[in-house]
Design a protein around this ligand. Structure first.
Ligand SMILES: *[C@@H]1O[C@H](CO)[C@@H](O)[C@H](O)[C@H]1NC(C)=O
Ligand SMILES: *[C@@H]1O[C@H](CO)[C@@H](O)[C@H](O)[C@H]1NC(C)=O
Ligand SMILES: *[C@@H]1O[C@H](CO)[C@@H](O)[C@H](O)[C@H]1NC(C)=O
Length: 330
């Protein structure tokens, strides 16, 4: 009897359906094998609701990616769980996935190799714990049309070319994040963008943001909640619309001088001063010499050249006369 109860327990233990098992290569092989053996369309992850090509795992208290998602799933909803990462292999094996909602989870900044070969059109990563969007995070999602990254309070950086490959993007939401800066070209170069969420971010309205301000003012995109795209710092401009900051920034950035500018100006000033002093000194010497020469000529009635100190001085030959005079004097 004791042996009989012991046996099944030992057999149960090595079943590798933990998330670690799925992430490791053997798990991937298993899934590939399943794919070869036949489309498991009937399967549905435990505790998820499946309907045709939709798998809905909304608010199922999942702390890891659910195993057993049918490979032909087109729409996957994982909203409202506690996922802190997405396993690349299990996700990218869903080769028909066009819609992925991972909002309201705990996804961190580990999106580097997460999205590799998915035909995603809609991707929702709002209400997560993202801290940074790198240039490669979404660079292979060529079909993306809607990307939601809003409500990630720790999101403080979006790299310059983060969406350079997402040329089909029509809607991008970066509202309510921790962004203080965004390079204008990151969003201004997207040919199909229609809606851009930038509201309620702590924008730092200083010189680097000038380009974005200028672009915002002239852009014809739709900016939801545009009244909340305002400066958070520096405190002098807090609450002012970012799009109204251009003149302020022109004033701030083109009249403000940095330390090296002051040193440069001081050098220039000194050079001008030195040159001025030199010129004044030479002029003074010349005048003195000229005056003395004239005096000595008045004293000496026998001096040959009577035109050297004319009472109304001649216009054209003045310099030559001057030179002759100085030479004569010396
Ligand atoms: C998923 O299920 C939730 C309820 O559990 C529902 O509110 C939501 O609309 C469903 N999502 C989709 C895309 O059907
Ligand atoms: C969010 O990310 C930060 C690091 O970026 C981490 O310290 C924190 O624990 C994360 N929070 C949650 C709820 O996962
Ligand atoms: C954009 O996509 C092309 C083609 O897939 C790829 O070679 C390139 O590396 C991508 N660009 C970036 C910035 O990743």
């Amino acid at each position: 009897m004791a042996r009989d109860t012991h046996g099944p327990q030992q057999r149960v233990r090595p079943q590798p359906m933990s998330p670690q098992g799925v992430r490791a290569p053997p798990g991937a092989l298993l899934l590939l094998l399943l794919a070869v053996l036949g489309p498991p369309t009937e399967g549905c992850p435990q505790s998820c609701a499946c309907d045709h090509l939709l798998v809905n795992c909304t608010q199922k208290d999942l702390d890891s990616f659910p195993p057993g998602i049918p490979l032909d799933t087109r729409q996957l909803v994982l909203a409202g769980n506690r996922l802190s990462w997405l396993p690349s292999v299990s996700l990218n094996i869903l080769m028909d996935l066009v819609y992925l909602d991972c909002s309201s989870n705990e996804l961190g900044d580990t999106l580097e190799a997460t999205f590799v070969s998915l035909p995603l059109v809609y991707l929702d990563l709002s209400f997560n714990n993202l801290s940074r969007v790198s240039a490669s995070a979404f660079s292979l999602l060529h079909s993306l049309v809607v990307l939601k990254l809003s409500d990630n309070p720790g999101l403080v950086e979006v790299e310059k070319d983060a969406f350079a490959n997402n040329t089909g993007l029509r809607e991008l939401d970066l509202s309510r994040t921790g962004l203080t800066f965004l390079d204008a070209s990151t969003v201004s170069q997207l040919p199909n963008l229609r809606t851009l969420g930038l509201s309620a971010n702590p924008w730092h309205c200083y010189c680097p943001l000038r380009e974005l301000c200028v672009w915002l003012e002239s852009s014809t995109l739709y900016f939801p909640d545009a009244d909340a795209i305002s400066c958070h710092s520096p405190h002098q401009v807090q609450g002012i619309l970012v799009s109204a900051m251009e003149e302020n920034l022109n004033l701030m950035c083109f009249t403000n001088l940095y330390e090296k500018d002051y040193i440069f100006l001081m050098l220039i000033g000194f050079a001008i001063f030195a040159m001025g002093t030199g010129v004044a000194w030479i002029t003074g010497v010349c005048v003195v010499l000229y005056n003395r020469a004239c005096k000595s000529k008045e004293d000496d009635e026998d001096y040959e050249d009577t035109q050297v100190c004319p009472q109304p001085p001649r216009q054209n030959a003045k310099d030559e006369d001057f030179e002759v005079y100085i030479n004569a004097y010396v």
